[in-house]
Write a protein that binds this ligand. Structure first.
Ligand code: EPU
Length: 419
């Protein structure tokens, strides 16, 4: 099994490009199920989760053609089965995103129940309840969500509590082909929801309010293929910016959309980093030998993203001063804490808060990746640690970071993939 070997201590300098956003690519690929002609998706990141989604679509009979390096054409005209099988769903919870499109276009779907995952129990009750509100009959049979509807789904008023990103996305997709008007209250405002809505609008959907907490969708009779380019990955960009705030240096990231990263950029500035940005680039300069500790609480967009929490625990572990990091979105997203402690980090967990005493230096150690963002935090810790860090189980990183070791090498890091 591949590992990453990092020899810490090098500052990061240079330029890299942001990849396409995983959490935008996944719903957009699922949306291809709604179209009666091929959807071309560009700026797709090469990630295991994207491959899993393409495999899932392929297993249903969807034709996937790679038109060039970062573009695929997805054609659902020959779809043969409407099942999302457990073997694929269990490796990627985002598979639940096919539920809404399948029901809306084919009036039935069978999607394996995803089960728990490393960052918490992550139920899908909100997805199911929303489909029921739109007229679907849903039952759980042998671990599968079996859903069907007589005729078309019907527009409905859906109120999310708590706010759910993929839940909002499933409803937007289903409602786009439903009969009548659907309103979503307490909708997720994440930029990836806007990206999906923009893609659906190009396919012929009628969606208003994406990016606000009330979204209105007026169903249409059919959606057709379109050509759409996925937005840049704000979490990937945020991860590299945080790395530089820890190692020091000067890095420019191109093809980024920093306006979607405001909460993270503000925290990095509080740490002592100097950040310049344009519409599609961001540059970070960090002169101080260590960042200042900063406390934060995660929350739905536009609050500080839970997907950046682990990276900031890593940053705070070598910062000047003490801090607290509170996780409010997922109940168990602190698996990285024990691993950073193996490197000397001084972190105590009190409920959903990590209480961190910044230390001068972490020490390299063998550590284990437990989930995607936890793995990223270990890479950052390895970059500043004294000596060698080997990170095991890096398939977690490959789910969400495209060529992470290549990008970091370009910036001067001493990192390699070993088996
Ligand atoms: N929730 C429920 N019932 C549901 C759905 C969600 O109780 O039916 C709860 C969850 O347990 C959680 C909260 O609602 O406590 C919010 O979860 P949400 O549904 O928003 O998460 P998600 O849609 O499953 C997406 C991203 C995650 C990201 C979260 C929060 C995708 C494919 N995944 O997950 O990304 O952390 O939103 O922003 O978009 C990652 O990229 O590493 C990742 C985990």
């Amino acid at each position: 099994m591949d590992k990453l070997l990092i020899r810490g201590g090098a500052p990061l300098n240079g330029e890299i490009y942001a990849s396409g956003a995983k959490n935008s690519a996944l719903p957009i690929l699922a949306a291809s199920l709604l179209a009666d002609s091929p959807l071309k998706v560009g700026n797709l990141p090469h990630l295991n989760d994207v491959t899993t989604m393409l495999e899932l679509l392929g297993s249903m009979g969807v034709e996937v053609m790679l038109s060039d390096e970062m573009e695929v054409q997805v054609d659902t005209s020959n779809i043969q089965n409407l099942n999302a099988r457990y073997e694929l769903v269990k490796t990627m919870r985002a598979s639940i995103l096919v539920l809404g499109p399948l029901l809306a276009r084919f009036q039935q779907a069978s999607v394996a129940l995803p089960g728990g995952c490393a960052i918490g129990s992550r139920p899908v009750n909100l997805h199911i309840e929303a489909m029921q509100a739109m007229g679907a009959e849903v039952s759980i049979v042998e671990g599968n969500i079996k859903a069907k509807v007589d005729g078309r789904l019907k527009g409905a008023k859906i109120i999310f509590e708590p706010v759910s990103v993929t839940g909002t996305e499933n409803v937007i997709m289903a409602a786009s082909l439903a009969e009548g008007v659907t309103t979503i209250e307490n909708a997720a405002r994440e930029p990836e929801v806007i990206d999906l809505a923009n893609c659906l609008i190009q396919m012929g959907a009628n969606i208003k309010g994406a990016g606000t907490d009330i979204i209105t969708i007026e169903g249409v009779d059919r959606l057709e293929g379109a050509t759409f380019s996925v937005m840049p990955d704000r979490v990937e960009v945020g991860t590299y910016l945080t790395a530089v705030a820890m190692t020091g240096g000067l890095v420019k990231i191109k093809s980024a959309k920093p306006k979607y990263l405001s909460s993270v950029i503000l925290k990095l500035e509080d740490c002592g980093a100097i950040i310049n940005q344009g519409e599609d680039w961001v540059e970070i300069k960090m002169d101080a030998s260590r960042p200042q500790a900063i406390s934060l609480t995660t929350g739905p967009y536009p609050s500080f993203p839970t997907d950046m929490q682990a990276q900031f625990v890593s940053l705070n572990s070598i910062a000047k001063g003490n801090s607290t990091v509170t996780e409010t979105v997922f109940e168990n997203r602190f698996m990285h804490v024990q691993e950073i402690a193996r490197m000397g980090g001084n972190i105590a967990l009190k409920g959903n808060t990590a209480v961190i005493e910044g230390i001068n230096k972490l020490k390299g150690a063998p550590v284990m990746a437990t989930d995607l963002r936890a793995s990223a935090s270990l890479v950052l810790a390895g970059l500043v640690a004294e000596g060698d860090t080997t990170i095991d189980r890096i398939y977690h990183i490959d789910r969400g970071y495209e060529r992470i070791e290549e990008k970091l090498k370009i910036l001067g890091a001493d990192i390699e993939r070993i088996s």
